[in-house]
Ligand binder design. Structure first.
Ligand SMILES: [Zn+2]
Length: 385
């Protein structure tokens, strides 16, 4: 038995009486003789609400029938259905807004819509153009606003597919088509729910543009979503403006200047840190006592980074010098040796870490290796010889 879709003729029906004609999943999936619940279809998500006082979880379009998936089993046969109206009306605003936008894109620039997706926060249409100039986007937004405040009727009619219907997009369906029309602007074959006047769409805001497989994805919000989004954008900008202490219009230039400044400072800081590390290396060398063979040694603990490398190289630039850096986390060693020290840093580190199951190597002057934590002590002993 085909489910009668009450929303086809009355998108504003919020409550209805119906009979349960079939059920599955112990009464958690019910079929009614008639329903005002919209199932996920054509880019528009399903309705929520209650049936016989039980919350609806999902509405599924099974072609002839509509399945109502419920949170708990339903035993009754005569039921009352209630649509979550704020959710549905929001969907009607986004969906009708999409018809309007797609029609305006054709009217102004002959750009067709390929697909539509309604998300929980924003909606998108993919349009058949590799790019969309921001100026054109503004024109589309302004033209759409104009049609909204002209309060043009949005009407539903049923017409045969064999007639010349003048649709924006040809329909693949045959037989009787449900035509949704915006007065003097658009005619589309559509089974969705729509508001009755363009004025009920409310504000339409166009937002992000994205390139998607040769098309352009246009993000948009309508109605209360547009108001909430604009409010959120205002708050974000106000917060940035407060942090940087300049008026809104000056924030882009100031933020750019701050980012450039931070980058320059970072670069300078790295240079100063390297210079300081070299000085420390030379001072360590000067302070080290030569052993019986005249070799000066130093061992440092800490992260093995650019600063440590600079310190090690500066130390080993002195004659008869050996510098070892040890890092506990991650467990690793760095060895630097002067050319007259009699030590080949690369050979020594490679042998020690390989024996310990680690990895590493380098050249005569400097080498680095990492080892499993429990082998670090043994490697240090090996490297020091
Ligand atoms: Zn539609």
């Amino acid at each position: 038995m085909t489910t009668e879709r009450l929303y086809y003729n009355d998108c504003y029906l919020q409550e209805f009486a119906a009979q349960v004609v079939d059920r599955a999943d112990d009464g958690r999936r019910v079929y009614l003789d008639r329903t005002a619940f919209y199932p996920t279809s054509g880019g528009q998500p399903f309705d929520l609400g209650t049936i016989g006082g039980i919350a609806v979880k999902e509405i599924v379009d099974e072609e002839d029938r509509i399945a109502h998936v419920l949170e708990a089993p339903l035993a009754k046969t005569e039921v009352e259905g209630r649509i979550d109206w704020s959710r549905r009306f929001d969907h009607m605003q986004q969906h009708t807004g999409q018809h309007l936008l797609s029609a305006v894109l054709v009217e102004l620039y002959d750009i067709t819509t390929v697909s539509f997706h309604m998300g929980a926060v924003t909606s998108t249409i993919d349009v058949a153009t590799p790019s969309l100039d921001p100026k054109r986007l503004e024109r589309v937004e302004e033209r759409s606003a104009q049609i909204v405040w002209e309060a043009r009727p949005v009407t539903i009619s049923y017409e045969d597919s064999s007639a010349d219907l003048g649709l924006r997009k040809a329909s693949a369906r045959t037989g009787t088509l449900r035509i949704v029309a915006i007065d003097s602007l658009d005619r589309s074959a559509c089974g969705g729910t729509h508001v009755r006047s363009t004025s009920e769409i409310g504000p339409i805001l166009l937002r992000k543009l994205e390139k998607i497989r040769g098309n352009t994805r246009v993000e948009f919000v309508c109605g209360m979503r547009a108001i909430k989004q604009a409010r959120q954008d205002y708050r974000t900008l106000a917060e940035i403006s407060r942090i940087v202490s300049v008026p809104f219009e000056d924030t882009p230039a100031l933020v750019q200047a701050q980012v450039d400044k931070a980058k320059a400072l970072e670069k300078n800081l790295a240079r100063v840190a390297a210079e300081l590390a070299q000085r420390e290396g030379r001072e360590l060398y000067a302070a080290a006592e030569p052993d019986a063979a005249g070799v000066r040694r130093a061992t440092e603990h800490g992260p093995i980074d650019e600063v440590m490398r600079a310190r090690a190289q500066a130390f080993a630039s002195g004659s008869k010098a050996v510098f070892l850096a040890i890092s506990e986390n991650p467990p690793s060693v760095l060895l630097a040796a002067s050319s007259d020290s009699g030590i080949h840093a690369g050979d020594r580190v490679k042998a020690a870490v390989t024996a310990a199951g680690g990895r590493g190597g380098g050249n005569q002057a400097i080498a680095q290796g990492s080892v499993p934590a429990e082998k670090l002590e043994a490697v240090i002993k090996d490297v020091l010889g």
